[in-house]
Design a protein around this ligand. Structure first.
Ligand SMILES: NC(=O)c1ccc[n+]([C@@H]2O[C@H](COP(=O)([O-])OP(=O)(O)OC[C@H]3O[C@@H](n4cnc5c(N)ncnc54)[C@H](O)[C@@H]3O)[C@@H](O)[C@H]2O)c1
Length: 434
């Protein structure tokens, strides 16, 4: 009975849902399911205006996705609503571009949550002479800057005016040890630069050049940051070619007193190129020629700071050798402009960054006399080992590819550092120290 009822009920439903039930072939579960489910789901959709709701939902969703990107293209500022206006000033178009390469250069478009982020930059050695001026420029451009420094030759006083600035961070750290940070660009300056300082602990100097550079290149590779190395004209050694072009391979003593610095920087260049070719890191190499300006160490043995400090202290200016060896002197703001142009350009380098104006040591002493004290005198001492006889950059490559050249002459730049030196020497004399 039960069986009969089930069959009847089945037949009944089948008859109800399929008008041609009389002509249907004998029972087959598969065909039965197929024929029954299609009209039932359509029925389900049509009931209680469900289809209408679905269509309205699809319409709202697609309108949002079509209109939203158009709006953000029309007003870029609205895509970064959490950035106070004062912080976003100074961002250039390049900053936006840089963000995409910062994420490994693989992403065409930065996720919305990150698109409002300012360019974040590490400057190793940022408490030093060149580094602190570079940090000033980057902060003024609206970038976030993290300085890493072990304060071997750098001073907090060079950065004290930035303490409290939310865009600035200072980390006491030795570049010889690894560090992990999330940044877009790395300016790697950490290294004592004057002979007095780099000869003080030569093993530490070469460790800084080799291990410090390895650590920073490793970081750049890991996070997809662009990396700039501040190399030096010392890679040309005592040059046999004059002026020096980037194509010149140099004449360096590999076992001399200066080689911890000269060969250290040459190795740092090699490492940079190997990471570039082998690991795809975007590197930039600057070969910096003698640079001077405010915040140089007072007694670091570099010729401009030596002469200026001695003239202010009314001491004789020390000339090593016969004073006929030549150097070119670049004012620090010109160098900083060159470093930024290099970092932002598309060329790896190396690029000579220096002022091609060439002076003998005696001519420099004469300019210092005229600027500070016409009664200043000269004292001669024997020359130091491996001191290059002449040094003058050929900067045609930087002129052409970076559209850069120095603007400040020695006679214009020297007075700009004299005030800074006078103040610091006065404080020293008053026993305050710096
Ligand atoms: N000033 C120049 O004329 C000149 C010329 C050629 C190359 N350079 C290069 O430019 C860069 C900056 O030179 P500068 O004149 O400002 O010298 P600097 O001595 O004033 O600055 C170097 C900075 O690096 C820091 N530092 C050194 N070793 C470190 C380490 N292991 N870890 C972390 N920080 C460390 C020092 O404390 C200092 O703040 C150097 O790499 C130098 O080789 C400078």
């Amino acid at each position: 009975m039960k069986q009969a009822y089930k069959q009847t009920s089945l037949n009944h439903r089948r008859d109800e849902e399929m008008p041609g039930a009389q002509t249907t072939p004998p029972y087959s579960p598969k065909t039965l399911k197929h024929h029954r489910s299609l009209p039932r789901s359509i029925n389900y959709l049509l009931k209680e205006q469900r289809l209408l709701f679905i269509l309205v939902g699809i319409f709202i969703g697609s309108t949002f996705f079509i209109v939203q990107p158009t709006l953000s293209r029309l007003s870029p500022s609205e895509s970064r609503p959490f950035v106070p206006k004062s912080f976003s000033t100074g961002l250039t178009l390049h900053d936006e571009v840089s963000r995409s390469y910062s994420l490994g250069g693989k992403l065409g478009r930065v996720p919305v949550a990150l698109s409002g982020r300012r360019l974040r930059i590490v400057v190793t050695g940022g408490a030093g002479f060149v580094g602190s001026h570079l940090v000033d420029k980057l902060i003024a451009r609206g970038n976030d800057v993290i300085v890493i420094d072990n304060f071997f030759t750098g001073r907090k006083e060079n950065l004290v005016h930035l303490f409290g600035n939310p865009r600035f961070e200072l980390i006491r750290h030795d570049a010889v040890e690894p560090i992990l940070l999330e940044v877009d660009q790395i300016y790697h300056l950490a290294c004592p630069a004057s002979p007095v300082h780099y000869k003080y602990n030569p093993i530490k100097t070469i460790k800084t050049n080799v291990m410090g550079t390895l650590n920073m290149l490793g970081l750049a590779k890991r996070i997809g940051a662009r990396f700039l190395l501040t190399s030096t004209s010392e890679v040309y050694g005592d040059p046999l070619e004059h002026p020096q072009k980037e194509t010149y391979w140099g004449n360096v003593n590999p076992i001399g007193e200066r080689s911890c610095y000269d060969e250290g920087k040459r190795t740092a260049e090699t490492l940079s190129m190997d990471y570039h070719r082998g690991a795809g890191v975007e590197v930039r190499i600057a070969r910096i020629f003698n640079t001077y300006g405010p915040r140089m160490c007072l007694d670091d043995g570099r010729v401009v700071s030596n002469f200026v400090a001695q003239a202010i202290r009314k001491q004789p200016m020390t000339v090593y050798g016969d004073g006929k060896q030549t150097r070119s002197f670049q004012y620090v703001s010109d160098l900083v402009d060159g470093l930024v142009a290099l970092m932002e350009g598309e060329h790896v380098g190396p690029f000579n960054l220096g002022n091609p104006g060439e002076f003998t040591m005696l001519e420099l002493a004469q300019v210092v006399k005229e600027t500070i004290d016409p009664s200043a005198t000269i004292e001669y001492k024997p020359n130091t080992a491996d001191d290059p006889h002449m040094r003058k950059p050929d900067i045609s490559k930087a002129k052409e590819l970076l559209n850069w050249q120095p603007k400040v002459s020695l006679r214009e730049g020297l007075p700009l550092m004299v005030n800074d030196f006078r103040n610091r020497i006065l404080n020293e004399d008053e026993g305050k120290g710096i």
